[in-house]
Design a protein around this ligand. Structure first.
Ligand code: NAP
Length: 195
């Protein structure tokens, strides 16, 4: 039974992932977010909600104590966040990281150049790829709110396929990865709805 720390737990994909973890796994969840009053604890036997600003290293290390898997669902200064996550995981001896990024960071989307807007995503992915963590970076297509799980993945180095994917699909992949040690480790996956 895995202990999973969700960073940025009030985010759109993270809230779907929390629901799925509760429904389809036995995992125990720590929901880390900047303002814990924004989330209600749906299952106090399995969920702990705690204040966690990823830009604050000491608090991040505390949140990591006793965890098996770290799932980062963040936006903002992603490079600094990634540096803190790697430092805190190294300091606490954790290995498994699932990190939500974006399609386009390797200019892998045929016919699309996203430019500087993706720099925080590019730089954070580079920080994680340079670590010795067991990471999986997810590069989703444009999000939809569809209530469906339907996705395919592409590896780094392959052209990206598709243009959209439901948040729920990305959440389902996060849950599968968290529950399957060794699956897609040290990989960066494009995630999209099959065409
Ligand atoms: N929109 C798209 O189509 C699309 C496509 C591909 C990838 N993406 C990217 O995928 C990622 C996940 O998407 P999403 O929709 O789930 O994102 P989201 O709803 O914007 O969630 C991001 C979370 O990051 C948290 N956060 C920001 N700074 C933080 C800090 N210092 N410490 C802790 N938490 C912090 C925010 O927390 P607060 O609640 O405290 O603000 C927010 O809940 C994002 O980076 C998004 O840009 C988006």
């Amino acid at each position: 039974m895995a202990n999973v720390l969700i960073l940025g737990a009030n985010g759109g994909v993270a809230r779907h992932a929390t629901d799925l973890f509760l429904k389809v796994t036995q995992a125990r969840l720590t929901l880390g977010l900047r303002n814990p009053s924004r989330l209600k604890n749906a299952d106090p036997a399995r969920i702990r909600v705690m204040e966690c600003d990823v830009l604050e290293l000491e608090g991040l290390k505390k949140a990591m104590a006793g965890q098996d898997v770290v799932y980062a669902n963040l936006a903002g200064d992603l490079e600094r966040m990634a540096r803190n996550i790697v430092k805190a995981m190294d300091a606490t001896g954790l290995k498994r990281l699932i990190f939500i990024s974006s399609m386009g960071i390797y200019d892998e989307v045929p016919g699309e150049k996203f430019g500087g807007i993706l720099d925080p995503y590019r730089k954070s992915a580079a920080v994680i790829e340079a670590s010795d963590l067991d990471y999986t970076i997810l590069r989703p297509a444009w999000f939809t709110q569809a209530d469906e799980i339907d996705y395919e993945t592409t590896q780094k180095g392959q052209p990206f396929k598709g243009s959209q994917v439901s948040r729920k699909s990305v959440a389902a992949l996060v849950v599968k990865l968290a529950e399957s040690p060794g699956l897609e480790v040290r990989r960066s996956l494009g995630v999209s709805q099959p065409g």
